[in-house]
Design a protein around this ligand. Sequence first.
Ligand code: DGJ
Length: 691
Amino acid sequence: MIDITNDIIHMHNDHISLVFTIENKRLLMRYLGKPIRHYHQSLNLQHYKREFNTQHEGFDPKVSFDDLPFVYPVAGHGDYRIPALQVSVNGTAFCDLYFKSAKLLNHKPALPHLPSARDGECLALVLEDPYLHFEIHLYYTLYPEGIITASAMLVNSDQDLTIDHIQSVSLDLSADSYKLMSLYGLHAKEANLQEVPLSHGITRLSSTRGCSSPHTSDFAALISPHQVIAITLAYSGNFAITFDHDSFGKVRMQAGLNSDTFSWHLAPHERFYTPEAIINIASDIDTMTQQFHTFFQEHLFSTRHHERYVLLNSWEAMYYDVSMTRILKQVEKAQDLGIELFVLDDGWFRKGLSSHDSMGDYQVNTNKLPDGITGVAKLVHAHHMKFGLWFEPEAIGKISQLITDHPEYVPHVPGYTLTQGRHEYLLDLSRQDVRDHIMTMLSGYLDTHQIDYIKWDMNRPMSDVGSGEKAHRYILGLYEILEAITSRYPEVIFEGCASGGARLDPGMLYYMDQNWSSDNTDAHDRYTIEQGLSLLYPPKTLGAHVSTVPNHQTARLTPWESRFHMACLFNLGYELDLTQLSDQESAQMKKDIAFYKSIRYWDARLIQCDQGFEWVKKDQSEAVIVLYVPLYNPLLSQKRYRIKGLNPQLDYYDVQTQKYYGGDELCQIGLSLPLVREDFHTILIHLKAIG
Ligand code: DGJ
């Protein structure tokens, strides 16, 4: 709903109010937060006369632009905080923005070539530069889940313009004490949570790696005593989430393209669209998570409804050394254990047993697989399983036929040495011929073979693109291919991967049905990775595999049970050599898979609790809880584990122990658990409501 009266624009629903005011033709943001009925200027800031400051025509001399909450700030006029926009014309970097119009659109416009949320009424605010005459259109949509989406469009007038900096959204927030929550990491150690007080000055979370990256996730939550404001982007390339915490304690929070690696030439009358920012207003972190999960599933992520097949991935069992004999042995055993999908990972087209050759050629190596992919697909289907195949479509090998035939497909600044990553380069997805090549190659496989699932990998950061424009055009090109391939083959399941979770973001999950979370499958590390990722992403979008011990990444030995428990609330898969399992392990695996199948389609919520995860049916009639005790420690023997998501009015019984508890008892007092002399120990509790 929207009220526009006396230069006040109040957009609101049951969860959020967003208030803008127009003052002397300047568009200001007066409030963003929990809903209010009306706005009566209560949030106008107090100003006092001070030196070393600027004054502005039409405003009280005590008012400095440096204090005003501009909706889309620009630099150079006295607002010295971070701008949302910087453009230049003939080398002069200057602009100004005045309010022009506000309009409610019945249907939210989709963003061309960019992922964007569906549904909703949309507020379009238009600002205009008085001299260059370009316009900025700002779009805001409120969702019932407590989410706002925001994006900006620059409509050029009749000059050549360079966009040096453009943000999807800028939010000016009141003075408060703020903490900043974010996720940082590395390859195979993604999504580590950190929470720090927001310091004064500028804080920036960003990527320059050409992908959203495992180093800094495109997510931040600003926590104040009253509420949480979290932000992320439906974008998979270089991003920045920036905070300017001024001397009064106010915060300007922005999200958008990273200007360190971005610039764009806009010809006369062209338009530029920013990626969409997703803003989550919640009372606490748990609510933030539920709001993200629901919003993503209802309004942003792929709407194709696929089964959550239990898969077996060949990577850690075979690496590059794939063969028909080895596949046959795995597949025979897999069928018996209840596996539903076999994924043939890397190696099938490589001449050798490493990542050194053939990337991009996709000519099956018939020494390894004499009957080609047709033979493997037939074999897998004959064992009543679906068949999945691995590709790294964006890459081209240093040693490959493709690079010999098409050296121009590699982004390269002439005269400079090319930068390798994993013996390969990225293909230049900003080029139409490269996009056509990838589409033809993938369609060729999907049309000729019965492939039910594609694992789309990407294994190196971007380099040698030579311009910020090309880095962004690469991502637009990627989205174009993903849109085309997922629409042409709607029945095929697509899993995103980038050396694990190096490009796991709302933009990729708009196209992909699921994403590989991390190459690290060690149960202990998985706990923190899943904690981080599931703050945002619903469990069915996150791949989680049980692998062997010692773990191939960490060499750690963790119990079988813990490895399964850490995977079973997400998208379960196995990545180990089934022929090496003991009879006891095989029997356990069969039971585990059957249990997973019984809970995977619950209409349930994933909730993070004290040292674990809860998977609770939305009607609270049943729950599976996984608790984690990293180290055997008698000092913790008196610890109680409080369960969050149950109905306090109901009574529950524990399926394993047959004990009865009140929901209120489990929430308020919690459970105390037996001390087990085991490190990396997990406990799975299955509760059913009585009556
Ligand atoms: C990186 C992925 O994260 C792995 O799962 C595997 O597919 C390898 N690439 C294959 O090269």
